[in-house]
Ligand binder design. Structure first.
Ligand code: FES
Ligand code: FE
Length: 369
């Protein structure tokens, strides 16, 4: 008998350490990963370290202003080169173990006593380099030897969702500044967070503030269900704020069809972008274990707005509440994934059927050799 309920992944997909290791290798270490906001390494000599897949990746800005991504592992005996999540150096990065010293582009510039060994070619002992791109004001890196097309897999995801390549460009996200960043330590598998973001069947139950601003969300159809569709603000709503009060200055360049609308985009595997007329909310996930994911969420505004000491608290509070409501729900599901009741998984109702595409993609990626 056919049913309008489709099966989900089995519970084990969300709890198995082995499966998580395969996902780290075949998803997070192979695809483009949105690592840091460029402003975090704005100055020459600044660096950040970021966990990507099973690696620690060092992202630097060199003295000429170029951005580099390097594996954070000393080529001598393998010490973690930078142990801080962020820092700044005047010129070089020095390993704290035996003082091998690297330039900000990863090349080995000095090592004690090494010049006594003329047969050693320093050029062969630089830090391992990782592919790097900048887009939307963020630094994206890819650990694969041959990265997939950035245009197809990253920019293409936004185009596919919005139905028009120009749509995301009109927000000029690369020129926005971080008005607020909130980090969440979510005790749930990264796939539960993606699935939650993709559906709005839960909106009426757990997001009272969001549904008040976007009344159509009460119907349970996510903004991501239809290509190009943005959820419309309620008639009495002035802005995307916790109480529906007015937001800040509208982003210049938006089309009228983008005003008073909320658009959500998922860029697999770890980025969510939320577009509203006066700001952009961008989530980056850092999967740490099968049952733990760090999420960094940035609220991005026009620099001119932030310079004026605006009240952004009410807009931040709206999505901060949404995040907490969503992550609570994911954390409620996580322990149950190990239950015998969920061994064969659960079901998707028709308004969640697009999640099936995500599950198919996860299975395909896991099977890639
Ligand atoms: Fe880095 Fe020895 S491990 S200098
Ligand atoms: Fe939600």
């Amino acid at each position: 008998m056919t049913s309008s309920l489709l099966p989900t992944l089995p519970g084990e997909a969300y709890t198995s350490a082995e499966r998580f290791a395969v996902e780290q290798e075949r998803i997070f270490e192979r695809l483009w990963f949105c690592a840091v906001h460029a402003s975090e390494i704005a100055e020459p000599g600044q660096f950040r370290t970021v966990p990507i897949g099973r690696e620690s990746v060092l992202i630097t800005r060199d003295l000429d202003g170029a951005v580099h991504a390097l594996l954070n592992v000393c080529r001598h005996r393998g010490a973690l080169l930078c142990t801080e999540p962020a820092g700044r150096t005047r010129r070089n990065l020095r390993c704290p173990y035996h003082a091998w010293t690297y330039a900000l582009d990863g090349s080995l510039v000095a090592a004690p006593n090494l010049k006594d060994l003329p047969d050693v070619d320093r050029a062969g002992y630089g830090l391992h380099r990782v592919h790097v791109r900048e887009w939307l004001g963020y630094v994206w890196v890819c650990l694969a030897a041959e990265p997939p097309s950035f245009t197809e897999t990253v920019i293409g995801a936004a185009t596919e969702r919005l139905g028009d390549p120009a749509a995301i460009e009109r927000y000029h996200i690369e020129g926005l500044h971080i008005g607020r960043r909130i980090s969440y330590d979510v005790k749930a598998n990264w796939k539960l967070i993606v699935e939650n973001f993709m559906e709005c069947y839960h909106c009426a139950t757990i997001h009272p503030e969001l549904v008040r601003v976007l009344p159509e969300f009460a119907l349970g159809y996510a903004a991501q269900y239809y290509v190009g569709h943005g959820a419309e603000f309620g008639p009495d709503v002035q802005g995307f704020t916790v109480d529906g009060s007015a937001g800040v200055e509208r982003l210049p360049g938006l089309a009228d069809a983008q005003d008073r609308r909320y658009f959500a985009i998922t860029i697999r595997p770890q980025v969510f972008i939320n577009l509203v007329p006066d700001h952009v909310i961008l989530h980056r996930m850092f999967p740490i274990a099968a049952d733990r994911t760090l999420v960094e969420c940035d609220w991005l505004y026009l620099p001119s707005v932030l310079a004026g000491d605006p009240d952004i608290d009410r807009s931040v509070e709206l999505f901060d509440r949404v995040n907490r409501q969503d992550f609570d729900a994911c954390e409620r599901c996580q322990p149950a994934m190990a239950s015998r009741a969920y061994a064969a998984g659960g079901v998707l109702v028709p308004s969640e059927h697009h999640i099936r595409g995500f599950h198919d993609w996860v299975r395909r990626m896991q099977d890639l050799r």
